[in-house]
Design a protein around this ligand. Structure first.
Ligand SMILES: Nc1ncnc2c1ncn2[C@@H]1O[C@H](COP(=O)(O)OP(=O)(O)OP(=O)(O)O)[C@@H](O)[C@H]1O
Ligand SMILES: [Mg+2]
Length: 276
């Protein structure tokens, strides 16, 4: 369903993403790992057309995403919602209004100006917040919530777009381990229950292993690993991170597995057996 062929992005002489090839044939939960500067964000930005590729092609369900312009490009951007490390909420606005912003691309300017939303959209926003366990905060200002709650508001806003793909750029990098776990679990749940594809850039190996079906490792703009968590051995990880002999998994770990799991937590089916 998603085909990325020889996708390349150069900033002057610096090649940020170098001929990336990725094929996804069913909605999967994919983690992208690699050290800082490896090209993870650039790859995600090209996927939802925030940034144009220098060369190569992205095709989704048969249509050429790289060629979309105008309204068709905006439609694609709402089909692949993006979530960021810093949540990108409007801090002083209440939670529901932040979530309703996910419908902006299909509303007219006047309705937007006066903050008028159809009742059906408001109910849907609250249902989505409820599903993510934060409906009780619906009327609060976004800035009054914890980081983990704010990231779930951002996920709710993304879901308002009813996207086929959720792209998450370091969604848990600013969160403490407990909140990180709740947010990753929400993404996993959305993937499993709705069948949406999730592609997340992740700083830490253990998170990718634990929540993703498939892990892609990038190094210096190139894809150097593409496989299951079980195939991601310490040797492979050392190659991805380009670390020397002192490399240790602890250095890239959020240590979330040492914490208690929230109620009802179900480890990802494909995650490595020692975590089950
Ligand atoms: N707008 C830009 N202009 C010039 N160079 C850029 C730009 N964006 C990214 N780069 C360069 O492209 C390379 C890849 O950057 P990118 O942000 O994709 O890495 P990353 O893997 O997301 O890193 P991090 O883990 O730090 O977020 C880096 O060398 C970076 O300096
Ligand atoms: Mg990045």
């Amino acid at each position: 369903m998603l085909n990325i062929e020889n996708l390349t992005k150069a900033f002057g002489p610096n090649v940020a993403v170098d001929a990336a090839n990725i094929t996804v044939d069913k909605p999967a939960m994919i983690g992208i790992i690699g050290r800082s500067g490896a090209g993870k964000s650039t790859l995600l930005r090209m996927l939802n057309r925030l940034s144009d590729a220098t060369s190569g092609r992205i095709a989704f369900e048969g249509s050429d995403v790289t060629a979309l312009q105008g309204a068709a490009k905006r439609r694609w951007q709402s089909e692949c919602a993006m979530i960021f490390q810093q949540f990108n909420l409007v801090p002083r606005l209440d939670v529901v209004s932040n979530v309703l912003h996910g419908t902006l691309n299909r509303r007219n300017a006047l309705a937007t100006m006066f903050n008028l939303y159809p009742n059906a959209d408001i109910h849907r926003a609250i249902d989505i917040l409820d599903r993510l366990g934060i409906a009780e905060h619906a009327a609060k200002r976004a800035e009054a919530l914890s980081g983990g709650q704010q990231q779930r508001v951002a996920i709710a806003r993304a879901l308002m777009q009813d996207p086929k793909i959720i792209l998450a750029d370091e969604p848990i990098a600013s969160l403490d381990p407990m909140n990180a776990q709740v947010v990753m679990q929400s993404l996993r749940q959305i993937h499993e229950e709705d069948g949406r594809m999730v592609i997340a850039n992740l700083h830490t190996l253990d998170t990718a292993r634990r929540y993703c079906d498939r892990v892609i490792g990038m190094r210096d703009g190139r894809i150097v690993f593409d496989g299951t968590p079980a195939q991601l051995t310490t040797g492979v990880a050392r190659d991805i991170y380009g670390a020397d002999a002192s490399f240790s998994e602890a250095a890239t770990s959020t240590e979330i597995e040492t914490l208690d799991r929230p109620e009802g937590f179900k480890p990802a089916a494909a995650a490595s057996p020692e975590l089950a």
